[in-house]
Design a protein around this ligand. Structure first.
Ligand code: TPP
Length: 579
């Protein structure tokens, strides 16, 4: 898409992620780097459409952060985006980036996931901005996200600092009509050698720490006057200090109240908060997750009412606000989400069926295959963070004697599994790692990664050969197998799992969502069916048990992988050549 096409449209219905990307594009962004993760993935996907922007999926968030930061130092406006936990991976770079500062504007977009819709935890990254001592911008809506990201670039250049723009799932994925504007072409800045600024050896870093605190003092003054922090004086009997989507929730429930709405919440506008508090009879602080605003407000000695600690867990909802104001604890609602399940024909399914049969203990990782932990498969036994499956194998091998295996997806292996595999080899650990290679990052929507040989712009590039990587890491046996060949798969896993060697089995078959299977649903002979329910053991959503106890194959769901045919002992299910 080029700038002219966009201008003709004027208005577009954009999500918060897309609005951030659009704002950054209009503000002259040149380089963007990210690693997929919900709810942040759409930012880079949107940016990748623009010829003016060099957008890349990096191998992981640390590398993405460093690519974007270095482009800023080299003089180009740049942006890093990730989900909240992605920033943990980039934390080492983040902390010292505050010391180094920037050259051209550098914006960090963190998309947090209150309520844990699709994450391993629900950490509140506002705290990370404070720890790193970088300005924190909190939009409340997609339209604000677009405007605020522009201000973020200006703050970054004015104060020589990385700036964090923090969204949450509700803002990232809510859609709103957004006005599209022309892109500003911002000239690149020249890179000037400045060793005391850019080389963080102890003496320089000490000096830069002093500079960092001076910068925070200046930003503190800015926070008092910027329109990002706005006061709405209405009914002074009740007032709220709030930020992010919480502002909209409170406004909906208490439209006549007074507000101090914080769009720049670190550094905290202390005087503005004190002045607001003086005018308000009953003051409340409303925020999602951690008591981040609350702590800063209490430190100023401002009297305020805050939420019951039970609201630190999960998302806020508008209907919670009156309850919070009444000082009531949260009433947990029953969890009613759809039960997640691997897709029909998912190539991961049979690996877990085999591991279950072998009663293996599987250290697991993050991806679609984490669903192997759910019954009836229930054969993935740990999941901590990306890459941990491989390092966990090492610890488990020290305690659990036999039948231990690590399972990890291809994208996750490239992200964080490779150093852990080198560690296994270096520390002489023997054991089996299974790489579930479905040739995509399926969990987050099917993004390419280095082992797919494709870039985000759909161009072919050098393809990382996983077999070669494993051998180079010091693995003794590297086998590649099609996980649809169930018997061979079982034999191979049995052979390798307790061998006195370090082995990797690459179970390779593309994700069903990228390689549409044209096979037909199997034939089902009800007469032969013994209701033994072996077919249910592989947890395929196309197979259901009806109320009368009989089995039904839903031909609309079935993709014809025929894995159920393999497990059907009475041979009631048979391969079908036509529908
Ligand atoms: C630090 C971090 N970054 C990103 C994510 C988002 N995420 C979850 S699983 C996953 C990778 C899934 O791809 P793969 O390992 O190939 O498994 P698949 O889903 O394709 O089976 C990603 C990027 C995350 N949970 N944590």
């Amino acid at each position: 898409m080029n700038n002219k096409t966009i201008l003709r449209k004027k208005l577009a219905f954009l999500s918060g992620d897309e609005a951030v990307a659009q704002g950054a594009f209009e503000e002259g962004l040149k380089v963007a780097a990210s690693y997929p993760g919900t709810p942040a993935s759409e930012i880079l996907e949107y940016l990748s459409r623009f010829n003016e922007i060099d957008a890349q999926w990096s191998v992981n968030e640390k590398v993405a952060f460093e690519v974007a930061l270095s482009a800023s130092i080299a003089g180009l406006r740049s942006l890093y985006a990730s989900k909240h936990v992605g920033l943990n991976v980039a934390m080492d770079a983040l902390m010292t980036s505050a010391y180094i500062g920037v050259n051209a504007g550098f914006v960090i977009v963190s998309c947090d996931d209150p309520g844990i819709h699709s994450s391993q935890n629900e950490q509140d990254n506002r705290l990370l901005a404070k720890i790193a001592q970088i300005p924190l911008i909190e939009p409340s809506s997609p339209a604000e996200a677009k405007e605020f990201v522009k201000t973020a670039f200006k703050i970054s250049e004015q104060f020589d600092t990385p700036v964090m723009v923090r969204l949450t799932t509700r803002i990232a994925h809510t859609k709103e009509n957004i006005t599209l504007e022309a892109r500003k072409e911002i000239p690149n800045k020249a890179f000037e050698v400045n060793i005391p600024k850019y080389v963080m050896v102890p003496r320089n870093a000490y000096q830069r720490h002093i500079e960092l605190l001076k910068r925070i003092t200046k930003l503190q003054k800015y926070a008092e006057t910027t329109p990002l922090n706005s006061v709405e004086l209405n009914n002074k009997k009740i007032g709220f200090i709030t930020s992010s989507v919480s502002y909209l929730y409170v406004k909906e429930m208490f439209p006549d109240a007074s507000f101090l709405k914080l769009g720049l919440s670190f550094p905290f506008p202390e005087n503005k908060a004190k002045e607001f508090a003086r005018k308000i009879k009953e003051l409340y602080v409303i925020e999602e997750l951690e008591p981040y605003l609350e702590e800063q407000i209490r430190m100023l000695g401002i009297k305020c009412k805050t939420k019951h600690p039970s609201y630190r867990i999960g998302e806020l909802k508008p209907e919670f606000i009156p309850e919070i104001v009444k000082g009531k604890p949260k009433i947990e609602e029953p969890y009613s989400a759809r039960k997640p399940v691997m897709c029909p024909g998912c190539p991961h399914r049979m690996v877990f069926a085999v591991l279950k049969k072998l009663k293996a203990v599987a250290t697991g990782d993050i991806g679609c295959y984490t669903l192997g932990a759910l019954p009836p498969l229930a054969s993935l036994h740990t999941c901590l963070c990306m890459g941990a499956a491989v390092s966990f194998l090492e610890g488990f091998k020290k305690g659990v004697d036999k039948n231990v295996v690590a399972v990890i997806g291809d994208s996750t292996f490239v992200h964080a599994g490779i150093p852990a595999l080198i560690n296994l080899s270096y520390n002489k650990t023997k054991g089996l790692v299974i790489i579930l290679d479905n040739s995509t990052t399926a969990m987050t929507g099917g993004q390419p990664h280095p082992a797919t040989g494709l870039t985000i712009k759909g161009q072919t590039t050098k393809k990382l050969i996983l077999e070669d990587v494993c051998r180079a890491c010091g693995v003794d046996n590297v086998d590649v197998i099609d996980p649809y060949k169930i018997k061979e798969l079982e034999e191979l896993i049995k052979k390798r799992i307790n061998e006195d060697a370090l082995s990797v089995v690459i179970a390779r078959r593309p994700c069903q969502l990228i390689a549409i299977n044209k096979n037909f649903a199997p034939s089902f002979d009800k007469e032969k069916c013994k209701n033994c329910y072996l077919c249910l053991s592989i947890n395929c959503p196309a197979i259901t048990k009806l109320d009368d106890g009989s089995i039904e194959i839903n031909k609309d769901y079935c993709c014809g992988c025929n894995l159920c045919v393999e497990v059907c002992a009475p041979k009631a299910l048979t391969k079908n050549e036509k529908s």
